[in-house]
Design a protein around this ligand. Structure first.
Ligand code: UD1
Length: 353
């Protein structure tokens, strides 16, 4: 059985990934500060798996603390060493991720995202664990020209501090992987737009504050928390004039992390950048309509001006991911809408009672 360390494992993508890892019989060691996440997600993972033949309680450990705190990290690794646990791979989610907040608070973003990653790399190097998956973002790409799909070699040019931290960490990993003495295996996963929730409705995206992203806002509107959804722009050069995105079900994304780990554990040293999307473009209007249809609920909307900094078309060329990881299909937009709504209906306040 392999031991995987997951930083930020209680967050939205982290919690779904922990579930996928446990289901594949990995032992999971989560580090999370719970600043933007809830311990409840860990309990829910165990609840989802309570009838499983595998004893998941035994396979999930949680350490509460911040990766920018080197003393805390050293303590965690000392404890693992004392228990003779050898970490075979790291999945690094921990970090701040709100684009607009990063514009107002760049120092906090650089500190948490960059220093946290540097600390983690330093310590995993010491314990000789060299398999490292980093959660990057498609936000690092420059505008796509002529509605074409983005490939891993498309131009990198982030336009906000959050994107700058992600692109810089990718560069850091590239530098480290090129150092001749070390034999690292790195994968930076450039997520497109993850939405949805586990089909049980027990784990999902925990709403803290007012969301900025489209899917949680669709849900809030359907729930009546806001009167209508503002659709930013209906004059893009797309089929219905609204912006097009590549939405991916969070469970597909979670399963991909496990596949990447398996690929890397068996590979020679590598520094892999992978687009993680379905390769299918869905317009904002299409997403709203699909949500209404599958959930039989109205999402009132109106059109307004484009949001500053938005691109009209952000879709992945995912051929590298599909071929490397042997992925044949993805869950549908219908699944994403159904599962996301189920989570919200069952948990109107997220993980709060
Ligand atoms: C955003 C982030 C990106 C992050 C991703 C996570 C920015 C610039 N980028 O991408 O870094 O990785 O979320 O999912 O914030 N929209 C509306 N009305 C709304 C909200 C959004 O029409 O009330 C539209 C937007 O204009 C956009 C589309 O929906 O065209 C998707 O928006 P959003 O969910 O915020 O994601 P991205 O902007 O693609």
């Amino acid at each position: 059985m392999k031991n995987i360390l997951v930083t930020g494992g209680a967050g939205y993508i982290g919690s779904h990934t922990c579930l996928s890892l446990l289901n594949k019989n990995y032992k999971v060691f989560v580090i999370d500060s719970f600043i933007n996440s809830s311990q409840k997600s860990m309990e829910r993972i165990l609840e989802i798996n309570k009838n499983s033949a595998i004893n998941h309680n035994k396979n999930l450990s949680v350490f509460e603390g911040d990766i920018t705190d080197m003393k805390f990290l050293k303590k965690v690794f000392l404890e693992l060493e004392n228990q003779q646990i050898k970490i075979d791979g790291v999945i690094h989610f921990a970090g701040l991720k709100a684009v607009s907040e990063s514009v107002y608070n760049p120092l906090i973003y650089w500190n948490t995202n960059l220093i946290g990653t540097l600390n983690l790399l330093e310590i995993v190097k010491k314990i000789n664990c060299k398999t490292f998956v980093f959660s990057s973002s498609a936000t690092i790409y420059a505008d796509a020209k002529d509605n074409s799909r983005l490939t891993e070699s498309s131009k990198i040019n982030p336009v906000n501090p959050y994107g700058n931290t992600k692109a810089s960490i990718e560069r850091l990993l590239r530098d480290v992987s090129q150092s001749s003495k070390e034999k690292w295996k790195f994968a930076s996963l450039r997520y497109f737009n993850p939405i949805g929730a586990h089909p049980s409705g027990l784990i999902g995206e925990n709403p803290i504050g007012i969301p900025n992203n489209l899917f949680p806002l669709i849900i809030n509107t359907a729930y009546g928390i806001q009167k209508e959804l503002k659709i930013f722009g209906n004059n893009y050069p797309t089929k219905d004039g609204t912006a097009v995105r590549d939405f991916i079900h969070v469970m597909d994304l979670a399963d991909i992390h496990v596949k990447v780990l398996e690929f890397m554990i068996n590979s020679s040293p590598i520094n892999l950048n992978l687009n993680i999307g379905t390769g299918l473009g869905t317009s904002v209007l299409d997403l709203v309509k699909t949500f209404e249809r599958v959930n039989n609920i109205k999402v009132p909307f109106s059109f307004t001006d484009r949001r500053i900094g938005d691109n009209g078309y952000v879709v992945a060329d995912n051929s590298l991911c599909k071929s490397k990881l042997k992925i044949k299909s993805f869950r549908s937009i219908e699944d994403m809408c159904r599962d996301g709504w189920k989570w919200r209906k069952l948990n109107p306040n997220g993980y709060l009672e």
